[in-house]
Design a binder for this molecule. Structure first.
Ligand code: HEM
Ligand SMILES: [Ca+2]
Length: 757
């Protein structure tokens, strides 16, 4: 339909053509054969990383002796240590800079213009990216202190650009050391709420409030935190300029996948990644734009401001006189070994797939959410269980009967389809907890709660790896990265693997999902072949009150199963690119521009760098893209070397049997392979590594569960009696026609296997 020519066709022959030698059978010098994306050193000048066969597969990888380190081993030079007096001076100076900064920021909180009004579209954004964990702020400040020290060490030539880039700065400690987690001596069967103590050597790997890792060293223009420039040395085009030229509005429904596939992607995202954006001391949101849509001059801005400049003649914002889109940078996290270095962004949730968005990432939260009987608290609304009402002011529109709900991550109201999933999973917890307490009448509440959590986390991981990822990544990637779920125990745990999220995944690849969102949510009656309601999604962002209407949940779940999601391409619904969180305002935010700016905030390299990383040729000329994309790209970017990763990735044709192009697919596959191999508690790890391992017969039951089972068991049973066996595929597909909930194609897990002997 004409839209596909925004893609270019990835050429299979592109893969690895730069190396003509036959792949090695055994890697030399203790090298391990890994997919290209997992060996950053192979793209460095002069790197010697022969190609090889990935273990047990036909796929080609690269011999890597440097693990996930950025450098080839020979690059490392011995460095003398730093004079103690110099260090003290640097530390004192950093402290002074921090003090000054905080004083200046404190003044801003009393100035009206510098904070976001609750009626401003930016307020919904603030609700999506904030944390209520006070420790995050202390750590963020410590990280800033160390960042200043890095700048000062660099100015004094104690550390070089290369040291910074390759993280060879361990001879230069910063003034701030984060506290180390306290871990029990004896392994406990349950994941810690905050994710710490999972890895036994690196206690804080994957924990809440720790930094993102990266696939490639950052591209900061000062090597430390300043936003990347064009390779011409000039600033990059504004993120809004790029968005308005390249990210278009359009309708291209997926032929196979439904809205649940879209929504489950965001659900997983909220579990594993929330870049905590800097806010004022009192928790208020920072504004980098005046109320009239003009830019606040740099000297009056908060230090974390990086507002997106909007052209006066902007095709959409122009008519409203908006020349500024608010953008605040993500808070930083200190390195756990106290060293200084380039900026690392802070993840405000546990990196692991542990349902932290249901249970919380901090102790206080899980205590707040627990109810007697090992249950999760609920709000009983005319006999139906909904998540508990929140005490925070979170509904963007407080009409009569308006309701916003509590969740483990505080962002569960962002869009009603997400709140629906929060509801289903809350109910599934309570369903299992009730069953367990019948089967094991002697168990105390706390045991019921944590055993239920352990089972639910397992079921959820199974759905991700067994149902969601294969459709997202296609069979080739699943095989290459060892992601496939197999019967029985798996043996993929590797204590050297850091599970932490990468900036490339969080700021670009996983944001493919923004292209899959449809403007409208349809509430369907398939029996009557009719539509009850079609909802414009900005009306249900932070306004999930419809959930209180009795038949809504069932009808909505049916609709999500039938309604196609949008395909992954450079088309993004205007409800995200123009009206996001608009509330009562005639315009909202542009999430596409925010994604682009976030990538720059995180120092993500340009698209070409990641093509090289995954073993494809970079694009030298714009005309290598499809004609329409080429023209648009060259109208905004000075060079193909400047293209933002999120934009370049969306232009790719999907991998076979998957949804995203090769660059995103590799970044995402890498992430989920590390979330598996780096999680000691991964649900199908055997008892030799996993202190919370299941018995073989319990595991067998867990591996029966599908998302359709969870939907069937936790809908209201008012109108939903049938469901498609595969919850992510459209219900109008031939082999996915809805079947009764008790049909054997939607298998049931036998909880009697969880009776304690
Ligand atoms: C349903 C409507 C959705 C809305 C309103 C929405 C909104 C947002 C917002 C406001 C942010 C923060 C942007 C920033 O400041 O950097 C964000 C981040 C993100 N979104 Fe979405 N999103 C939606 C759907 C999705 C879907 C379907 C996916 C994936 C399949 C997804 C993946 C992500 C990821 C990976 C991030 C980065 C999270 C982080 O690390 O902080 N989103 N989204
Ligand atoms: Ca988590």
């Amino acid at each position: 339909n004409g839209m596909t020519d925004y893609h270019y066709t990835p050429h299979a022959e592109d893969d690895h053509t730069h190396n003509t030698e036959p792949p090695c059978d055994v890697c030399p010098r203790n090298g391990v054969c890994v997919p290209h994306v997992q060996c950053p050193a192979h793209v460095r000048d002069g790197a010697q990383n022969p190609q090889c066969h990935l273990e047990g597969t036909q796929h080609i990888g690269v011999c890597c002796s440097t693990g996930r380190r950025h450098a080839a081993e020979s690059v490392r030079k011995f460095r003398s240590s730093v004079n103690a007096e110099d260090v003290k001076e640097v530390h004192d100076q950093s402290q002074q800079r921090l003090d000054n900064l905080l004083v200046r920021a404190d003044v801003l909180k009393d100035l009206n213009y510098a904070t976001v009004n609750t009626s401003d579209p930016s307020y919904g954004h603030h609700l999506s990216v904030m944390t209520y964990d006070s420790r995050a702020q202390t750590l963020g400040r410590g990280a800033l202190l160390n960042l200043f020290a890095a700048q000062e060490f660099k100015a004094r030539n104690v550390i070089t650009d290369e040291d910074l880039e390759l993280e060879f700065t361990d001879h230069a400690d910063g003034p701030f050391c984060p506290p180390q987690p306290l871990c029990p001596n004896k392994p406990i069967p349950y994941k810690k709420v905050g994710g710490e103590c999972n890895n036994q050597k690196n206690l804080d790997w994957g924990a809440v409030n720790t930094g993102y890792e990266r696939l490639l060293p950052p591209d900061y223009s000062d090597g430390i935190w300043a936003i990347r420039n064009s390779i011409t040395g000039l600033p990059l085009p504004s993120a809004r300029t790029v968005s308005s030229a390249l990210i278009l509005e359009g309708n291209r429904p997926s032929g196979t996948l439904n809205l649940m596939f879209m929504q489950f992607g965001q659900f997983i995202t909220h579990d594993i990644s929330t870049g905590v954006v800097v806010s004022l001391d009192n928790g208020d949101a920072i504004s980098c734009c005046f109320g009239n849509g003009k830019l606040i001059p740099v000297q009056l801005q908060h230090w974390a401001c990086a507002p997106i400049v909007v052209d006066k003649k902007d095709i959409f914002y122009g008519q409203f006189g908006q020349q500024c889109l608010n953008f605040v940078r993500t808070q930083l996290a200190p390195r756990s070994d106290c060293t200084v270095g380039y900026a690392k962004q802070m993840n405000g949730v546990t990196h692991y797939t542990d349902l932290s968005h249901l249970y919380g990432s901090i102790e206080e939260k899980i205590l707040e959410l627990r109810a007697p009987g090992g249950l999760l608290k609920t709000f009983k609304d005319f006999g139906r269980d909904l998540p508990p009402l929140t005490k925070r002011k979170e509904c963007l529109n407080m009409h009569d009967g308006a309701a916003c709900f509590e969740s483990g991550d505080n962002h569960g109201n962002q869009i009603i389809s997400l709140t629906v999933l929060q509801t289903i999973w809350t109910r599934e917890h309570n369903r299992i907890a009730r069953a367990l307490s019948k089967i094991n009448p002697t168990w105390e509440d706390i045991k019921i709660f944590f055993e239920t959590r352990r089972i639910l986390q397992a079921v959820y991981q199974h759905i991700i790896y067994n149902e969601y990822l294969p459709l997202l990544l296609g069979p080739r990637m699943m095989g290459m990265f060892g992601l496939r779920s197999t019967p029985g125990y798996s043996s993929s745990y590797d204590p050297n693997v850091n599970p932490s999220l990468t900036v490339e995944f969080a700021s670009a690849a996983m944001r493919f999902g923004h292209s899959t969102v449809d403007d409208q949510l349809t509430v369907l009656s398939p029996q009557h072949k009719g539509i009850y309601e079609s909802i414009f999604i900005p009306e249900v962002m932070f306004q999930p009150s419809r959930l209180r209407l009795k038949p809504f949940l069932d009808r909505f779940l049916i609709g999500m199963s039938w309604q196609p999601m949008q395909s992954v391409d450079p088309l993004v619904s205007e409800s995200l690119s123009r009206y996001m969180f608009h509330g009562g305002s005639p315009f909202g935010l542009d999430l596409a521009a925010i994604n682009i700016q976030r990538g720059r905030d995180y120092g993500v390299r340009s698209y070409n760098a990641y093509r090289k990383l995954i073993g494809m040729k970079p694009f030298k000329h714009f005309h290598q893209f499809a004609p329409s994309a080429a023209q648009r790209l060259s109208s905004v970017y000075a060079s193909p070397e400047d293209i933002d990763l999120w934009v370049g990735g969306l232009l790719e044709e999907p991998v076979e049997g998957g949804v995203v192009g090769p660059t995103f697919a590799n970044i995402i596959a890498d992430q989920f392979s590390r979330l598996k191999a780096g999680d000691r508690y991964f649900y199908d790890n055997a008892p030799d590594v996993n202190p919370g391992a299941f018995t073989p017969s319990q595991l067998k039951e867990i591996k029966k569960v599908t998302l359709s089972r969870i939907i069937c068991d936790n809908s209201d049973g008012i109108e939903l009696f049938l469901h498609s066996p595969n919850a992510f595929l459209r219900s109008d597909l031939k082999r996915n026609e809805p079947v009764p909930c008790d049909s054997p194609t939607i298998p049931v897990m036998d909880l009697s296997r969880f009776k304690e002997n």
